[in-house]
Design a protein around this ligand. Structure first.
Ligand SMILES: Nc1ncnc2c1ncn2[C@@H]1O[C@H](COP(=O)(O)OP(=O)(O)O)[C@@H](O)[C@H]1O
Ligand SMILES: [Mg+2]
Length: 258
């Protein structure tokens, strides 16, 4: 279990980007974080993967634990070894390297386990097997997203953090990414998925959080959030005219089993 307790994050000398953050993400579950641009979604993932510092950000309050171990202050590499992998927004595959070279770059284990990891990756993503010797820069956006996820899986994570995996993808490819997320869950991995496409994220998630201006305004079972009229109006394509304001205090962490 990943647990975030009362965390605040600040960038540079600016205002806090997230505040009073309380979240949980469990193994073999999909946890969605939805919210508009600038709500703090990416910040939560940077917090969990230890890369806030690289963005001039820091955690100024609260605690984060992974399976009972304190996470704050650990290096990104140590966090990968703890079983968390972050697939950042924008995919960031190495365009001039081949698909297989990209996968090798994601492997943090001894060379002896590389063949097995590659075999697993190609079994999970047959299109990457077909393209293994092609330069990654020649792949479509959706295939690059698959490669970014596959590369993240090369460290055998227990938790995978996905930042906007469907951004800019065609609907058919969005469906494929959804299937991949469900498949990761089925293999026991805890997935934290950040999406502006709330409909997509909540359709595959078990639990979800709605972030607004750095605060959690709603949380609970994804199925309940999907049916929430405020979520529908704000994030699922409802009318913008009757945009409701979130009532503070509706965040009820702890409603789902830990
Ligand atoms: N490197 C940074 N330096 C300063 N402010 C930042 C930085 N990254 C994000 N922010 C600010 O933090 C807030 C949350 O941003 P972010 O986590 O990227 O939101 P989201 O992913 O939901 O769009 C925004 O106000 C954004 O401008
Ligand atoms: Mg973001």
């Amino acid at each position: 279990m990943i647990e975030i307790a009362d965390v605040a994050v600040r960038y540079g000398h600016g205002a806090t980007a997230v505040e009073g953050l309380r979240m949980r993400a469990a193994p073999a579950r999909v946890t969605a974080i939805v919210g508009g641009n600038g709500a703090g979604k990416t910040t939560v993932l940077r917090l969990l993967s230890g890369v806030l510092g690289a963005h001039d950000g820091r955690c100024v309050a609260g605690e984060v634990t992974v399976d009972g171990h304190a996470l704050l202050g650990r290096s990104p590499a140590a966090i990968v070894r703890r079983g968390i992998t972050h697939v950042p927004e924008g995919r960031h595959v190495f365009g001039s390297l081949t698909v297989e070279e990209n996968l090798r770059a994601g492997a943090t284990t001894q060379r002896s386990s590389l063949p097995a990891l590659l075999a697993e990756a190609y079994a999970r993503f047959p299109i990457l097997a077909e393209r293994r010797r092609q330069r990654a820069g020649l792949l479509s956006g959706g295939q690059q997203q698959m490669l970014a996820i596959a590369r993240g899986l090369m460290s055998r994570p227990r938790y995978v953090l996905l930042d906007e995996p469907t951004l800019g993808l065609a609907p058919l490819m969005v469906d494929q990414i959804r299937d991949i997320v469900a498949d990761l869950r089925a293999s026991g991995i805890g997935v934290v998925i950040v999406e502006q496409n709330a409909a997509m994220a909540l359709s595959v998630a078990d639990e979800g959080y709605v972030l607004e201006q750095g605060r959690t305004t709603l949380s609970g079972a994804a199925a309940v959030l999907r049916d929430d009229p405020m979520v529908a109006a704000l994030y699922l394509g409802g009318s913008a005219e009757d945009r409701p304001t979130f009532a503070v205090g509706r965040c009820d962490i702890g409603t789902w089993a830990s």
